[in-house]
Design a protein around this ligand. Structure first.
Ligand SMILES: [Zn+2]
Length: 307
């Protein structure tokens, strides 16, 4: 069948129009997706802004700490030190260095939350284990938190803690909270045990000496590459997790009104996060449906690499 020049021209014009229409449709879809993204970003900024209000509060606490007021005294004990290097990973990585680095960062976060912090050591020096507990007693600390790192032949993974063999509720709450908060920061959660690794009838010297709620927390395994990665790359996040857990435990035991407020805020944040996840999912499935529609429209019209 032969087509006249006029017919060919008409077909070409029709194709061009069709193409333009398709492009317009695509642009409209892209615009809708863009708008959805802008709405999402707006929601995110609002939620982050909410968090910002919290840090304003934190700043106020820091100011009150600087002016001499304080909510309480926390004793932070970076495990090992000096000649006692603790565990190592056979690669010049020593537990004593990790515990000091994390301990100092925890101190900074606690001070920002309005606590006074006493420490067993702030440099690479040897301190007797019983003396660490006694130092906390002398400082009049409300909590004793000893920071360590684990090691196991098979590698091992995660956070575990040891509290006094009496298994008192306050020490258990402190230990469980620190483990859960570190779990939220990315670590696997193991257990909080009363006693020592080998016996539930014995105590580590620090726990035996400290007269306040106390825990010896193992922040991941030195023998695990995954745990070392989490430890190094999230150092400040881990420090904040420990400080927040101490803060939350302190509120629960000594500031019940603040604890209730904190729990309400956490629930709101969680609800906002869930809402964001839902909106994102809806937007994504909407966007992919729009793209599927576009592709179906173009398939019959032939390949169109310009779009
Ligand atoms: Zn240790």
């Amino acid at each position: 069948m032969q087509l006249s020049d006029a017919e060919i021209r008409e077909i070409l014009i029709r194709r061009k129009r069709e193409k333009k229409r398709r492009l317009r449709r695509r642009r409209r879809r892209m615009l809708i997706i863009l708008l959805l993204l802008i709405v999402l970003i707006f929601v995110l900024v609002r939620v982050i802004g909410h968090g910002g209000k919290r840090s304003d509060k934190d700043k106020k606490s820091a100011d009150s700490a600087a002016s001499g007021e304080n909510r309480g005294i926390i004793f932070i004990d970076p495990g090992h030190g000096g000649m006692d290097s603790g565990s190592d990973d056979d690669n010049e990585r020593y537990e004593k260095d990790d515990t000091l680095k994390l301990g100092l960062a925890v101190r900074d976060h606690l001070q920002a939350l309005g606590f006074k912090v006493a420490m067993s050591r702030t440099e690479d020096e040897m301190v007797d284990r019983t003396e660490r507990g006694e130092m906390a007693n002398k400082a009049g600390a409300q909590f004793f938190v000893s920071i360590h790192r684990n090691k196991a032949d098979g590698g091992g993974q995660g956070v575990e803690g040891f509290i006094p063999k009496e298994d008192d509720a306050e020490s258990r709450l402190l230990g469980e909270n620190i483990m859960h908060f570190l779990g939220k920061a990315g670590f696997e959660e193991r257990t909080i045990r009363a006693g020592t690794l080998v016996s539930s009838a014995e105590d580590y010297e620090e726990n035996a000496a400290a007269e306040m709620p106390s825990v010896l927390i193992e922040v991941g395994f030195l023998s695990s590459a995954d745990d070392n990665y989490l430890f190094d790359n999230n150092l400040d996040k881990n420090a904040k997790a420990i400080a927040d857990a101490i803060n939350y435990t302190f509120m629960t035991l000594y500031e019940p009104e603040a604890a209730a407020e904190y729990e309400q805020m956490m629930a709101q944040t969680e609800a906002a996060c869930e809402q964001i996840m839902k909106s994102t999912n809806d937007a994504l499935s909407g966007a992919s449906a729009a793209f599927d529609g576009t592709e179906e429209g173009t398939d019959s019209g032939g390949a169109d690499p310009q779009a």
